[in-house]
Design a protein around this ligand. Structure first.
Ligand SMILES: [Zn+2]
Ligand SMILES: [Zn+2]
Length: 306
């Protein structure tokens, strides 16, 4: 098997593109896909200060790695959800990466702030851990970025994540979510920072290959709370189709984005107002985060440190 670019020995095959690459040519392909998103989709400019949401998994670390080596101004924010050994090793991986590449890292520890982790919190709320986790993470990433002068928030969502989300939204025909599903969400005067997903053209397999080939040390295990999450079922279903017909996942998501540009779905944008408790934008009187937190009064609100 030979690399299609340089004819050296190939080490990886990308079925959907019918391509084979050696390590340097694969890295070049990987980085070019991200730069294409950053530039063509106008995700960032050279003046931007980028806050990278880092979990300790392969996606966010690979993204941060490419952004650093492309010369962007970045810092990381890690949210420790207090899920026992899983969160401990996630934090360790993020800290080791930050030290190795001499970056700035901010951390928010749920247990320090609320005396309980996401498991206990979601049990008390009688809500699925993934949905409570999503609300808490979105809230802190946005708020921290705004309050600390970051102009862009970058997350490591890859093609598999976005295609699975699209499938989920379509299965329940959730127009409101379909309208908002995009790799770039512009800054909004109501108080939302610009959000970007530069890995949306790259599959989970490709991100794992990049992380492995470039010796990025990441948490391999999935979050133990997400074992029964519907997203994993959608991913499995898409992988089954992809196996039979390589390229389908790309076509599914990228064609959706193309169509969205041509004829946006009908729907009214949500009207936002400041949350009556914290002031962050929300369509309701009180935002989702404050609804969660108001159930646990008297606890420390913020623990963010670098
Ligand atoms: Zn090559
Ligand atoms: Zn609020």
């Amino acid at each position: 098997m030979k690399c299609q670019k340089c004819r050296q020995k190939a080490i990886i095959k990308i079925s959907r593109a019918n391509a084979k690459y050696c390590k340097p040519c694969f890295n070049e392909f990987f980085v070019s896909q991200i730069r294409r998103s950053l530039l063509k989709d106008k995700m960032v400019s050279s003046d931007d200060r980028i806050l990278v949401a880092v979990s300790g998994g392969k996606d966010s670390l690979a993204l941060w790695h490419v952004l650093i080596h492309s010369g962007y101004r970045t810092a990381g924010l890690h949210i420790d959800l207090g899920i026992g050994g899983y969160s401990e090793s996630s934090s360790e991986k993020v800290e080791a990466f930050t030290a190795k590449f001499q970056q700035t890292l901010y951390s928010y520890r749920l247990k320090e702030a609320h005396e309980m982790g996401i498991v206990e919190l979601s049990r008390e709320l009688d809500r699925s851990p993934c949905s409570a986790c999503g609300t808490i993470k979105r809230y802190h990433f946005n708020r921290f970025a705004i309050q600390n002068g970051f102009t862009v928030l970058a997350t490591g969502h890859n093609l598999d994540d976005e295609a699975a989300r699209l499938l989920g939204n379509l299965l329940r025909w959730q127009e409101e979510y379909l309208l908002k599903q995009s790799p770039v969400l512009e800054k909004n005067e109501d108080g939302f920072v610009k959000k970007i997903k530069p890995l949306y053209r790259l599959s989970e397999y490709e991100v794992a290959a990049y992380s492995f080939l470039n010796q990025l040390d990441y948490v391999v295990e999935e979050c133990p709370m997400s074992q029964s999450a519907p997203m994993l079922v959608y991913k499995k279903a898409l992988n089954l189709i992809e196996h039979h017909s390589p390229g389908t996942k790309h076509q599914f998501y990228l064609s959706f984005l193309e169509n969205q540009k041509k004829k946006p779905l009908n729907g009214l944008p949500l009207e936002l107002r400041p949350c009556s408790i914290c002031g962050q934008p929300t369509p309701a009187a009180v935002c989702g985060y404050c609804k969660i937190i108001s159930r646990f009064p008297g606890r420390v609100e913020h623990v963010i440190s670098d």
